[in-house]
Design a protein around this ligand. Structure first.
Ligand code: AMP
Ligand code: ZN
Length: 469
């Protein structure tokens, strides 16, 4: 399997640190509002990468954070007159619902910045001890960027060019910096803002430190893959490298993967430009499987322009796959009782070609666009090589192959696979019992299992309510 590594600017053979295991960290959203479909691109892409690596037999430890302390969250909280945590908790829950509806599996761990402050303080202390950070008069702690010799290695920027081209790096209130390139690790509180005690001042962390800390805590000092949208390459990921490598004295992440933007009218979709659709907006018009298909129809490193026409095309394409599966199901249910014929066996063997084609595409830096072509080749093959005369085992083999490939892409094409209401009720009851017995691990496991199948639970005063996404 090859992946394109931003660090080296090359496609490289993927070799994990520990055989058979992948440690992967994906920078998650800042939770101050409903996520937009630009935020959904890395979620869908890297969830698909995870699914594919699991299919290949890797055990993937997948960590993705929620940034739950930030200026935008504080601003939203002030506007509503509530605590910042009310805003962040609300949008974490909403984000999880959107993820489930897009069939994005919950991460192995979803750490929240506000729950990792102690770890951040520890890492900052170490950076100060090692002279990579310093405390300014007002208690702000800055990272001494120039001291980190490899600074710029990810974004391929040169420190002097950066400084010359970026006078604006020195913003108001930051005149205590030794160098305009230095960035904040810890900053003093402002009136009405959430804050934590620290050795330097009551305040809160800068944004970059959280990912260095959470990645280390949940995955270890060295990880295999660090990923996110391409806007994170500089400064966020560059700063993460500077923090982690200075602190741990080791390479931080081996492979850096970045998705290109989801655009609208060829401009980046973003909250600040106001040119966005939330995932929720899209869910009112389409099944979010369609959104997922649309995202996967382009390679993740290619910019993707959102349009109603492309969404319609995605919907039609997905329906072609679903129809092939529905036809197969019908044939299977009515298939004559007979053993698989030699001719069927030969065709069945031939259909493995499409699986190989699929794997070749995915092995080439997760080329989902070509992987989808392979799925369509299989669909075409199914449509031309099946009839009511075929044996059940031949038909079932084809159906399983189709479902398996779609499942790697996170596309549910077998409608009959959905859980029945009675199964859901039984799991909810088991979860209630587990909670009563204080077996919260099992309770969480059930919640996640249901989420994966598109069932969202809500704990209300009247008991547990559920709905399908
Ligand atoms: P944010 O909440 O802005 O920190 O973004 C969360 C994730 O979404 C990051 O990995 C961003 O790079 C990514 N992202 C934000 N906007 C877009 C976009 N228009 N296209 C692709 N990825 C995006
Ligand atoms: Zn991050």
């Amino acid at each position: 399997m090859k992946v394109f590594n931003t660090l080296t600017g090359k496609k490289e053979e993927f070799v994990p640190i520990e055989e058979g295991k992948v440690r992967m960290y994906v920078c998650g959203p800042t939770v101050y509002n409903l996520i937009h479909i630009g935020n959904a691109r890395p979620m869908i892409i890297f969830d698909t990468a995870r699914r594919y690596m699991e299919y290949k037999g890797y055990e993937v430890n997948y960590v993705s954070n929620f940034t739950d302390v930030d200026d935008k969250i504080i601003k939203a909280a002030k506007e509503e007159g509530v605590d910042a945590s009310v805003i962040s908790e609300r949008y974490i829950e909403e984000c999880k619902k959107d993820m489930a509806a897009m069939n994005v599996r919950p991460a192995t761990t979803h750490p929240k910045a506000t729950e990792e402050i102690d770890g951040m303080i520890d890492m900052i202390k170490t950076l100060i001890d090692l002279d990579y950070a310093y405390v300014a008069e007002d208690g702000t702690v800055y990272y001494r960027t120039r001291k980190f010799k490899d600074y710029g290695k990810l974004s391929h920027k040169n420190l002097d060019d950066l400084r010359a081209g970026n006078r604006s790096l020195l913003v108001t209130g930051e005149d205590q910096k030794e160098d305009p390139l230095d960035f904040v690790l810890w900053k003093p509180k402002k009136e009405g803002e959430p804050y934590w005690e620290s050795p330097w001042c009551e305040g809160r962390p800068g944004w970059h430190i959280e990912c260095s800390v959470m990645s280390k805590k949940y995955l270890g000092e060295m990880i295999d893959i660090h990923a996110g949208g391409e806007d994170l390459v500089f400064p966020h990921h560059e700063n993460e490298i500077a923090q982690s490598e200075a602190c741990n004295g080791k390479e931080f992440a081996r492979y850096w993967l970045h998705n290109a933007f989801l655009n609208i009218d060829n401009k980046k979709m973003s909250k600040s430009l106001g040119n966005f659709f939330t995932v929720r907006d899209i869910s009112e018009k389409y099944d979010l499987q369609v959104l997922r298909f649309f995202m996967l129809s382009a390679h993740y490193r290619m910019p993707l322009n959102f349009s109603a026409e492309l969404m319609q095309a995605a919907k039609n394409s997905l329906e072609r796959i679903e129809n092939a599966q529905a036809n197969l199901k019908h044939l299977i249910n009515n298939a004559p009782e007979k053993t698989i014929s030699e001719e069927e066996q030969a065709l069945s063997n031939k259909s493995t070609d499409f699986e190989c084609e699929f794997e070749t595409a995915m092995d080439d830096d997760f080329n989902t666009a070509d992987a989808i072509t392979a799925v369509f080749n299989l669909v075409k093959f199914i449509n031309t090589n099946t009839s009511s005369d075929n044996s059940r085992s031949y038909l079932t083999g084809l159906s399983e192959r189709l479902i398996k490939l779609c499942d790697i892409l996170g596309l549910k094409v077998d409608k009959a696979e959905e859980l029945l209401d009675a199964d859901i009720e039984a799991l909810i009851e088991e979860r209630t019992q587990a909670r009563k017995a204080k077996n919260f691990a099992r309770a969480d496991e059930i919640r996640n299992e249901l989420l994966e199948k598109g069932i969202v639970l809500e704990d209300t005063r009247e008991g547990v309510k559920w709905h399908r996404t």
